[in-house]
Design a protein around this ligand. Structure first.
Ligand code: AMP
Length: 190
């Protein structure tokens, strides 16, 4: 059976993490979140974590080579997975190209790129709300939140065209109840 590899795409605060949790259960997929992997490195106080923390706390992207290496390691650790949900990765064109090269080598290309769409004012509201409980430095300060959204617009949003050219880009309305949004994603997966 062919594998189900999903890129769950969208700006910070779009609900990628929340929706990933539903989808991994429903389809039996492995969740690969580069943000979660980086936060685990910070917690472990590894050299990589220390390097990443400075950038993350400012809302800047971490180097492509670092996140690509982390994804490669995790994929190799789950060779028998039914498929993967990529959450927060790829965020740049070189990352998307590296992911395609890794998956094509295995004959298991990306099946869908699902892009959660949420207006900016709503994103800022959600992230500030999350900052009250997440303990994340990058959710606390409105200037840093705005910087993350700028990084998304400048470096990440162009990936819509990258996946559109492959016929895989599917926009999904990310405003509504959690259940409504899950339903839209499930329908898009088909
Ligand atoms: P997230 O949990 O996806 O919101 O990511 C939190 C932060 O981790 C981002 O603001 C970036 O600093 C960093 N990060 C996560 N994923 C990536 C990625 N694919 N490329 C570069 N930086 C990333």
């Amino acid at each position: 059976m062919s594998k189900l590899n999903i890129v769950l795409f969208g700006p910070p605060g779009a609900g990628k993490g929340t929706q990933s949790n539903f989808l991994i259960e429903r389809y039996g997929l492995v969740h690969l979140s580069t943000g979660d992997l980086l936060r685990a490195e910070i917690k472990a106080e590894s050299p990589l974590g220390k390097e990443a923390k400075e950038l993350m706390d400012q809302g800047e992207l971490v180097d492509d080579a670092i996140v690509i290496g982390m994804i490669r390691n995790k994929m190799e650790a789950h060779l028998d997975a039914k498929g993967f949900i990529f959450d927060g990765f790829p965020r740049t064109t070189p990352q998307a190209e590296a992911l395609d090269a890794m998956l094509e080598g295995k004959g298991e290309p990306i099946s869908h790129m699902l892009a959660l769409e949420v207006p900016e004012a709503e994103l800022v509201k959600r992230l500030i709300g999350r900052g009250a409980t997440s303990g994340r430095a990058d959710d606390k300060d409105e200037a840093i939140i705005k910087n993350r959204i700028r990084e998304y617009e400048n470096k990440t949003a162009p990936l819509k065209d990258y996946y559109r050219a492959q016929g895989k880009y599917t926009p999904v309305d990310g405003v509504g109840s959690m259940e409504e949004i899950t339903e839209r994603l499930v329908k898009a997966i088909g």
